[in-house]
Design a protein around this ligand. Structure first.
Ligand code: FE2
Length: 452
């Protein structure tokens, strides 16, 4: 890719973020960015001039209806060597492997908590697309509600292969291995501890930087991820806008036999093209891919007593049409101090109308001392009871409550207002921990009417 960026800017900050491993990013969430890889490639003062500089085509990528309110209106203008429609030839249905899309009712959903040990990265050849394994789906892709929770495994880079997802926005949570996301908008590199969001319709090629990769992916069929309101917290903390990074323009002018894959309507389609579609020389707009380092999340929590609801750790939210009700919340459990007095500090026992898919990026999660491992996953579905296991309960009930720090840990949750349906793969995979469904049976009565 060639890059030349004399005037990249986020309109809020107007500054490039620090260079990271030679990569440049623009800082801010939802900004109207502008960037060009050749001087003068970006039309000034208009979107669609009669003739674009350098013989480029102008193309709008609309991420929201034209008439959406300003706060949710998203679009980008791309100035590219060929318009996307020039790639449009005959498409064949391609093998979608273990990638599933809601509604998917292939198997009964167990009425039980579920947990999986880490599934090893296969040794055979798999691209990011070929190695997508769906664990749960919820909602209906055609009604723009719900999500899919996936594990991805990749052992090779995509070569002359490109992909875009028309079904949903993709939130990538690397757990092992570094990914280079070559997008129409420029390069994004992510490692474990960071996330990347690829909006619906944005073309990518996923490359491995240092060996095989494993991670989680939330495919969000609903409204685009946004920052949650902070309410009384005020103007700072949680995920701050300036820490979200968008790429600067880069382009490929490369003629070579290639394949373009499109996930559309729950199916995977492929067509032959003879050039790279990552040919955007300049762009502007607020519908962009971005990355975020989860370690920059500034947690706010209880500082005297009690355990607060996990919603205080929401990084991004995809809102449903009902106020305060998330199609998907992306919530993390980062390292933090625990200081509350006379408090059972781990999460309490509860039942929840929301459904919770969890993963662990690194470290140990405080509600489960063992069995929930980095790369593993768990599902606590709508109105199914859960809470700390016996060992964690005993320890938390008896430990001396000095200030203590949970260090070196990063768990996360994809939480949806809709019940999650597990796939046949998730039910049959050998890493499913069958005994987990009855872990609560270890908790015995401790009641003594003579001991207040
Ligand atoms: Fe829960």
């Amino acid at each position: 890719m060639r890059a030349h960026n004399p005037k990249d800017s986020g309109t809020d900050q107007g500054q490039l973020a620090p260079t990271e491993l030679g990569r440049k990013y623009m800082s801010g969430f939802g900004n109207g960015f502008e960037t060009e890889a050749l001087p003068g490639a970006l039309p000034i003062g208009r979107n669609s001039p009669q003739r674009c500089p350098y013989g480029l085509y102008a193309e709008q990528l609309s991420g929201s209806p034209f008439t959406a309110p300003r706060s949710t209106n998203k679009r980008a203008w791309l100035y590219r060597i060929r318009p996307t429609v020039a790639n449009w030839g005959h498409f064949d249905k391609a093998d979608i492997g273990l990638w599933r899309t809601g509604p998917a009712h292939a198997t009964d959903v167990p009425i039980a908590p579920m947990r999986w040990s880490p599934i090893p990265i296969p040794t055979h050849s798999l691209t990011f697309i070929e190695g997508m394994c769906t664990m749960t789906t919820t909602g209906d892709v055609d009604s723009r509600a719900g999500m899919g929770a996936h594990l991805y495994f990749a052992t090779r880079s995509m070569e002359d292969e490109y992909f875009y997802n028309a079904d949903g926005e993709m939130l990538l949570v690397p757990q092992e291995g570094r990914l280079r996301l070559c997008t129409e908008f420029g390069l994004i590199e992510v490692e474990p501890g960071e996330i990347a969001v690829i909006p619906r319709g944005v073309k990518i090629r996923v490359e491995l930087v240092a060996g095989p990769a494993r991670g989680y992916m939330c495919e969000n069929y609903g409204s685009a991820f946004a920052l949650p309101e902070r309410g009384p917290i005020g103007a700072n903390c949680l995920a701050n806008q300036r820490d979200f990074l968008a790429p600067v323009a880069m382009y490929e002018d490369r003629d070579t036999p290639s394949r373009l894959f499109v996930k559309w309507g729950g199916k995977l389609w492929a067509t032959a093209i003879d050039h790279s579609p990552l040919d955007v020389v300049a762009w502007h707009g607020n519908y962009v891919p971005y990355k975020y380092d989860l370690r920059r999340f500034s947690p706010v929590g209880p500082i005297l007593f009690d355990h607060a609801d996990p919603s205080i750790y929401t990084v991004l939210t995809s809102m449903s049409d009902t106020a305060g009700t998330a199609n998907v919340d992306f919530v993390i459990f980062p390292e933090r101090w625990l200081v509350t007095e006379d408090t059972f500090r781990p999460p309490w026992y509860h039942m929840n109308v929301m459904s919770e898919f969890m993963g662990l990026i690194y470290g140990q999660y405080d509600a489960k001392a063992h069995g929930f491992l980095p790369g593993g996953a768990s599902l606590h579905n709508c109105m199914l009871p859960h809470g700390p296991d016996k060992e964690s309960f005993e320890r938390a009930s008896n430990v001396e409550l000095k200030p203590s720090k949970l260090e070196g840990t990063m768990a996360f949750m994809f939480e949806s207002c809709l019940p999650q349906r597990v796939t046949e793969y998730a039910v049959k995979v050998e890493q499913l921990q069958k005994p987990y469904r009855v872990y609560g049976k270890m908790l015995k009565s401790r009641f003594d009417p003579n001991r207040p």
